[in-house]
Design a protein around this ligand. Structure first.
Ligand code: F6R
Length: 603
């Protein structure tokens, strides 16, 4: 989704802005632009396309972009098609702004502008903001004009504005993240810390309703009650290298390769060698509550939702509690039934996903005990929940989520064992096994890399795929199908294997390969193989992922036998690899697939 970068310091702003925007490319975007305050003028360059297109345009047009104050943006279209005129920044002679989010009352503002004979030239909601500021600038100084305009906005926004007549950047945020980065001789802003980790590890996270004025030496913030406020500086230890490709062709393959390491990081600091889990510091929830917990409601979207769905069986088994796993966009408009000791869990890699965030808000308003499982430090969902357990996967840059999934699973498993332990279950054996999982995952990655590549070569031209699994492997089949469609644009459906005969079987013919995910665990294995027979009888091709040989498969991807409960950690790896290599054969933009965004901050 959209990204913001801003700089005010002694360097030439343009290089820092382009660098920062490149670091935000992973979020997904369709156009980009920058505005720089040069000598008494604001210069703006923007274009449909990628940062490289923007950089070429700047060179081609030979525009003087020398200046120490600037803002930049990557746009993911919501209002108006992706084209150059709709791209940000939006500007007048006096002011230029970039905006993330959606202005819900932009038509009302548009009418107010019309009454003052001011008309828009773009289809965007954002242009109304800049025209409003410009209108107020006739009667007041930039800081006041900005504040007055922001006061009229309804919706979600992170805004950065620069002005012809002042050396400041004005910022505003409401329900859309905005951070301020601080170094010795400059101040930065961005919608996401990854844009700035090359420059600083010191950040201030603005809160809803904040308006900030930044200069090279000073940061002034007023809160939603119009009071001056100090927001603490947080140190974020993400290294620059961890957000780079490190010799891999794509972030996605790098992140699959790092998957075992990210699980290791996530669990090792929380489990000692005697198999004791230490979640108490992060989970400041009364043990009495956990002991008497009577329902767990998990809400998430996409891959994070599948992590919740996978862990449902484990949580139910160890906590003896009903576990509901819900999709964010559905949950927030439903009428859920909560119980007395209901734990609510929001899972999100980015910590920004609007549907998950609003579900969390709803749970909080309903008085629930809330926990978030989040990867991005200090993100919205992390900060909003009563408690947060971070997945320590490091930055996940590729749009398709991989290593975050396995880390989310590891937190959910730890949580199940932790609550199980409180409820009197002996979980030592399970915890010891969890500690071995990173090693098994690492071997699986090495062992299946070549085979999945060969499978991708054989199958990449097919137009439809079915993915089947049973029990704990059903959500893994869903995740495999999601990965394939996201990056290869091949239609893929995940289904519970036993449900296939109730409809999807109509799709089966020699042109629809089925990927079956089935460890050798009864009764699941035999039942799934029966479903495979039904496919074979209709000339369907079968790719089997299992630790048991079967004559039925056209191709088999042999995995090592292991404890069934933990097999999702391992079986998901070849599915991610298969999607990756198929997309590679098809020549797609793997890390930034079309139409997708890394953080989905709109509904
Ligand atoms: C899939 C994918 C998306 C995200 C979903 C939720 O590869 O990336 O389906 O999983 O948008 O995102 P987070 O976890 O950031 O809330």
């Amino acid at each position: 989704m959209c990204g913001i970068v801003g700089y005010i310091g002694q360097e030439n702003a343009i290089n820092i802005l382009l660098n920062g925007l490149s670091a935000l490319e992973y979020r997904g975007y369709d156009s980009a632009g920058v505005s720089i305050k040069t000598d008494k003028k604001i210069e703006t360059v923007k274009t449909k396309g990628k940062i490289m297109d923007l950089a070429s345009l700047i060179i081609e047009k030979k525009i003087n972009l020398n200046g120490h104050i600037g803002i930049g943006h990557t746009r993911w279209a919501t209002h108006g098609i992706p084209n150059t005129i709709n791209a940000h920044p939006h500007f007048t002679d006096n002011v230029s702004i970039v905006h993330n989010g959606i202005i819900e009352n932009y038509r009302v503002i548009e009418n107010e502008l019309k009454e003052n004979s001011i008309t828009k030239t773009t289809e965007t909601d954002t242009e109304t903001i800049v025209l409003l500021i410009d209108m107020f600038l006739k009667d007041m100084i930039p800081q006041k004009a900005f504040k007055k305009a922001v006061g009229k906005l309804k919706g979600s926004f992170a805004i950065a504005a620069i002005f012809k007549d002042t050396d400041t950047i004005m910022l505003a945020r409401n329900e859309s993240p905005l951070v301020v980065g601080i170094s010795d001789d400059a101040v930065y802003t961005a919608s996401d810390i990854s844009a700035l980790i090359e420059y600083t590890n010191k950040f201030i996270f603005l809160e809803d309703g904040d308006i900030a004025e930044i200069t090279q030496n000073e940061i002034k913030i007023i809160d939603k009650n119009d009071k001056n406020i100090e927001r603490g500086i947080k140190i974020i230890e993400w290294s620059k290298e961890s957000a780079q490709k490190g010799g891999y062709k794509h972030f996605m393959i790098k992140e699959i390769a790092e998957e075992s390491e990210s699980v290791k990081n996530t669990i090792q600091s929380r489990i000692d060698t005697n198999g004791n889990i230490y979640l108490k510091e992060e989970l400041e929830i009364d043990e009495d509550f956990l002991n008497n917990i009577d329902r767990i409601t998990i809400v998430a979207c996409g891959t994070s939702y599948y992590a919740g769905l996978t862990a449902k069986a484990v949580l139910e088994k160890y906590t003896n509690t009903i576990v509901n796993v819900e999709i964010g966009s559905e949950f927030r408009y439903s009428s859920p039934i909560f119980s007395k000791n209901n734990l609510f869990i929001a899972i999100s890699q980015s910590g920004e996903t609007a549907d998950t965030k609003e579900s969390l808000r709803f749970a909080k308003q309903s008085g629930l005990n809330t926990l978030s499982i989040v990867n991005v430090k200090e993100s919205e969902i992390a900060r909003m929940a009563d408690n947060c357990i971070y997945t320590l996967a490091g930055p996940e840059i590729s749009v398709a989520s991989t290593k975050a999934f396995a880390s989310q699973l590891s937190v959910l498993y730890m949580l199940a064992f932790h609550i199980g332990n409180i409820k009197g279950k002996d979980v030592k054996k399970e915890v010891q096994y969890l500690l071995e999982i990173p090693h098994i995952m690492q071997n699986t990655f090495k062992q299946t890399k070549k085979t999945t590549q060969l499978l991708a070569k054989k199958y990449h031209k097919y137009k439809n795929f079915l993915y089947l699994g049973r029990g704990i492997m059903y959500p893994i089949a869903l995740e495999g199908a999601l990965k394939l469609k996201e990056i290869s644009y091949i239609h893929a459906e995940g289904y519970p294997a036993g449900e296939m005969k109730h409809g999807p079987i109509a799709l089966i013919d020699e042109n629809t390969p089925t990927v079956i995910v089935s460890p050798n665990k009864e009764p699941f294995y035999s039942k799934t193989i029966s479903n495979a027979e039904e496919i074979k009888a209709r000339n369907g091709k079968i790719i089997l992922l299992s630790d048991k040989e079967s004559q039925i498969a056209d191709d088999i991807l042999n995995l090592k036998s292991m404890d069934y409960l933990f097999s999702p950690f391992v079986y998901v790896i070849p599915l991610q690899l298969l999607a990756y290599y198929i997309a590679l054969y098809l020549g797609h933009d793997i890390d930034q697939p079309r139409n997708l965004a890394k953080s989905v901050t709109v509904e």
